[in-house]
Design a protein around this ligand. Structure first.
Ligand SMILES: NC(=O)c1ccc[n+]([C@@H]2O[C@H](COP(=O)([O-])OP(=O)(O)OC[C@H]3O[C@@H](n4cnc5c(N)ncnc54)[C@H](O)[C@@H]3O)[C@@H](O)[C@H]2O)c1
Length: 370
């Protein structure tokens, strides 16, 4: 198969969909890999590194789409790319179609086969291509929290780890899933005092077990959230209710009672945020202060660490890209149910039940959903 990798064009998006190691794997399987000129520069990968791995460098975005049977990206295509869609092209990337009717209809109209990273699902219900970015964002949330706790950023002016004779910061994590656990590991590693709230008792048991009692686990209720937030230096919002907007668990009244100069990092902002006073910010202007509390609410946190995020993402996407490239679309999805669940649009029809439901359309599944 001919696999093409364009340069990302979304603002401040420096990740790229394939590493030289990925190129080597696909080329080793008898495939051709086309990389758009300079596609990897933001992630520290030069054209020469790709060439050394066996890729061909092509000059433009148009050339990548035109010559490829499968296009691999990081973010969803932007309207300027829609004119490059054509029947039979396989598009493999993050799509989040349930929130993008225009793109869904374009993919249907043009007959593109759209395979979304975020809906690939393993038998135990995990979303393996979403996890790496949650792990990155969770780990980042603590280092960002530590940074914004510095006085010059409006923070309380405390060192997260504390030191001999001076207590460490109190960190509260609301939502103990992939982001929450990743944040807890880094916060504990830095020496902070960490509490995790979740409303799933089984998850709290797991966290208690895997963190060897180094975090306090607390059942999430409005009362416990208020109590924890009140004395915390850093609150991390990492709640997810699958398929829904995040519930506003930390209310404005609770934020008003937090210590002046404390910091909120609302990682769940991409689902609307789980803190009532949050609103979306960007890497250019990442914070604002409300009720004396510093708020960080960037929706694409991993974009700030493209070298790490590109490697983390491609470690997870490559096995699926390999299946598609080596076997071809039909055979690959017939043999692998998790990959088949990634197919959102095929042959002009919406094949993913969640996407169809979002737009009141009829879904025409190409695999078993239970
Ligand atoms: N901003 C970014 O750049 C970025 C990057 C990656 C992920 N995210 C977002 O972070 C959020 C968390 O992702 P994740 O992968 O950790 O999800 P996850 O499903 O692994 O974890 C979510 C956790 O929230 C818990 N939860 C649900 N309702 C709760 C409640 N009322 N109180 C306390 N806990 C509750 C669940 O039990 C679960 O443990 C998602 O919205 C995701 O999209 C944002």
């Amino acid at each position: 198969m001919i696999v093409g990798v364009p340069k990302e064009i979304k603002e401040q998006e420096n990740r790229v969909a394939m590493t030289p190691a990925g190129v080597r794997t696909l080329v080793g399987g008898g495939n051709t890999v086309l990389i758009q000129k300079s596609a990897g520069v933001g992630s520290g990968i030069t054209d020469q590194m790709y060439k050394d791995a066996g890729a061909k460098i092509v000059p433009t975005l148009e050339a990548v789409y035109k010559k490829s049977e499968m296009v691999m990206k990081v973010k969803e295509p932007l309207p300027s790319e829609y004119k490059l869609f054509r029947k039979g092209l396989v598009l493999f990337t993050y799509l989040h179609l349930a929130a993008n009717e225009k793109l869904t209809r374009e993919l249907m109209k043009t007959g593109v086969t759209a395979v979304a990273y975020e809906t690939i699902q393993t038998a135990n219900g995990l979303l393996p291509l979403l996890m790496p970015m949650s792990e990155v964002a969770g780990r980042m949330s603590v280092q960002l929290g530590a940074h914004f706790l510095e006085a010059r950023h409006g923070g309380r002016g405390i060192l997260l780890s504390g030191m001999a004779g001076v207590p460490p910061a109190d960190v509260t994590i609301i939502g103990g899933g992939v982001v929450g656990y990743s944040a807890a590991k880094v916060a504990v590693g830095l020496g902070a005092q960490v509490g995790i709230l979740d409303n799933n008792i089984q998850r709290l048991r797991e966290l208690d077990e895997i963190m060897h009692g180094r975090v306090i686990t607390i059942m999430s209720t409005p009362e416990s959230i208020e109590r924890m937030a009140r004395f915390s230096d850093l609150v991390i919002g990492s709640v997810l209710v699958a398929g829904a907007r995040a519930p506003k668990l930390l209310t404005e009244d609770m934020v008003k009672k937090m210590k002046p100069g404390s910091v909120i990092v609302d990682v769940a902002i991409d689902q609307g945020g789980c803190i009532e006073t949050s609103s979306l910010t960007t890497h250019t202007n990442p914070t604002f202060i409300k009720h004396g509390v510093v708020h960080y609410c960037v929706g694409n946190m991993p974009g700030a660490v493209p070298r790490t995020a590109t490697l983390a993402l491609t470690n997870s996407t490559l096995p699926y890209a390999q299946m598609l490239a080596d076997k071809g679309f039909d055979k690959a999805i017939a043999q692998d149910l998790p990959l088949a669940k990634g197919v959102n649009v095929h042959d002009g029809k919406v094949t993913h039940p969640g996407v169809a439901q979002a737009f009141g359309m009829k879904s025409e599944p190409i695999c078993a959903w239970d």
